[in-house]
Design a protein around this ligand. Sequence first.
Ligand code: HXC
Length: 300
Amino acid sequence: MDVSQLMFRDGLMADERILVTGGGTGLGREMAEGFLKLGATVYICGRRQNKLDETASELMAAHGGKVVPMACDIRDADAIHAMVDAIWADGGALTGVVNNAAGNFISRTEDLSVNGFNAIADIVMRGTFYVTLDIGKRLIAEKKRASFLSILTTWVWSGSAFVVPSAMSKTAINAMTQSLATEWGRYGLRFNAIAPGLFPTKGMSARLSPGGQGGNSKNDLNPMGRAGEMHELVNLAVFLMGKGAEYVNGQTIAIDGAGYQANGGTFYPQLHALGDAEWAMMREMIKGTNAKDKADRAVG
Ligand code: HXC
């Protein structure tokens, strides 16, 4: 990200302690960088210790401050509990949580197994809830205020063909956002979400557009003629996480150049005409990426 494009003053987040799940790569890393640059202490978790260590070192070398890498698979509630214990031991309560960790791949729904569905639902729906519950309970007990932000997609309003487990799971988290904004607002805990359009990252492209096919909204179909730029997403995340607009609660805000209004922002237009051979090829490419990531996790 080009940090000179941040809209906010240095030091805005100096008192903040923020956990970004999936913060080692992709959008999570970008948001972690923005929070760090503005003075926050940032905890990043993910499944690959080597990736997290690398990201933490790079960000601290660029901006100073403190980024703490913590290997944790959010599918495992006990691992989350241990990680959050360590965060509290390191400096007390968090002031913010970004539920960013996710998993997704394009597939015809009839080609999915139960395991394939669960691989996504366990991360996106269950894992996000486990993180929120573990941290929320502590904050309520300690009477501490905090902001929760979940990274969703516009499919929470439209559904989306060919990514049904993701669309279902993210919709569940949209419901969590609205529900807990109401239920836990009285504890000073607020819940918002961002629904980004296309912000290309390596992990996303390899699973949603293997070999360059698909993508959620081709740039030429977007009213603004382009994909999003990282600083745009990060500025919105800081606005929702930082001090100054705390009355914003229970909202899911799209940042997609109006792609959703123009074309629904889904995969259907690009993918509905593909045949068996093309799907088989994409599946192999996606599985190759998954295997490579898995090998990295073994190293970590
Ligand atoms: C069908 C597939 C498949 C594919 C995996 N599976 N890929 N089925 N088509 N292309 C099935 C496997 O066969 C297996 O089922 C099951 O899923 C679990 O596979 P694993 O590889 O063992 O899973 P795991 O290592 O746990 O990996 C989880 C993952 C992976 C979700 C599958 O993609 C991952 O780790 N992703 C993290 C990063 C990521 O996805 N980034 C993109 C996020 S984009 P069987 O039955 O064979 O055992 C996003 C939203 C984008 O979230 C929104 C854009 C607008």
